[in-house]
Design a protein around this ligand. Structure first.
Ligand SMILES: Cc1cc2nc3c(=O)[nH]c(=O)nc-3n(C[C@H](O)[C@H](O)[C@H](O)COP(=O)(O)O)c2cc1C
Length: 217
């Protein structure tokens, strides 16, 4: 199990908080990294929730949910919604989506969905929802990889580097960057291939009680 979890954890993801509210005003929110797009036409998304999660009955009853994509710096919010509590929303800046679902402030995007199917997936429910409304602010994402929160620090090729070595050397020697930074590299070009190559450094965010939760990989 540990070995499978570690292997699956190689897959880097974003982090989302899925929220809901029932007709009687009961609210729930859960941190997930199992969010995925499914289809554009019709617009469908999915996410998975442990059958053992205390909030599962609320999501099943509500029949709708909102996916809030967390921004870099929102790791505290992620920890809060990954920790069972009677009212996870206390003290959190909460707005409402046009369909009346709890929407967390300062996120990159929010998708308000109507649950269309709940599949059984081993010990998880797989919620498939039709996107009824979405809004996007954009910005840098909060990332999750190997049980750790991470963030990008981006810069353009040719800019002054301040670390003890240049990125390609670090990769060549299999070295790790300064401090706790892990180094990775992405190259891309614009639609006509004329944009400058962008390089991204991947840095750790101060960690929670490492992986003090059950589900994430
Ligand atoms: C980064 C991260 C990703 C997570 N992804 C999932 C997930 O996809 N599905 C899930 O059931 N739990 C996931 N969890 C664990 C839940 O957030 C956690 O069990 C939470 O307490 C469930 O909410 P509840 O206790 O209110 O039911 C994740 C936790 C973290 C920190």
């Amino acid at each position: 199990m540990r070995s499978l979890r570690d292997a699956l954890g190689q897959f880097a993801t974003g982090v989302a908080v899925v929220t809901t509210a029932t007709a009687s005003g009961e609210r729930a929110g859960v941190t997930v990294n199992s969010f995925s797009s499914v289809s554009l036409d019709p617009p469908l998304v999915l996410w998975c929730l442990s059958e053992r999660a205390p909030s599962a009955p609320v999501f099943l009853r509500a029949g709708r949910f909102a996916v809030n994509i967390l921004a870099a710096g929102q790791d505290e919010l992620s920890r809060r919604f990954a920790t069972p509590a009677p009212d996870k929303f206390a003290g959190v800046d909460v707005l409402a989506t046009p369909t009346g679902l709890p929407m967390l402030a300062g996120t990159l995007a929010t998708f308000s969905c109507r649950t269309v199917t709940v599949h059984a997936g081993g010990d998880h429910h797989i919620f498939v929802g039709e996107v009824e409304h979405h809004q996007r602010s954009g910005g840098e994402p909060l990332l999750f990889h190997c049980g750790r929160y991470r963030e990008f620090a981006s810069f353009r090729d040719g800019e002054e580097r301040t670390g003890p070595f240049r990125l390609p050397e670090a990769r060549h020697h299999g070295l790790r960057g300064p401090g706790r930074r892990d180094v990775s590299r992405r190259q891309g070009s614009g639609p006509r291939g004329r944009d400058p190559v962008e390089t991204l450094l991947l840095g750790d965010v101060e960690q929670p009680s490492a992986v003090g939760f059950d589900d994430p990989l």
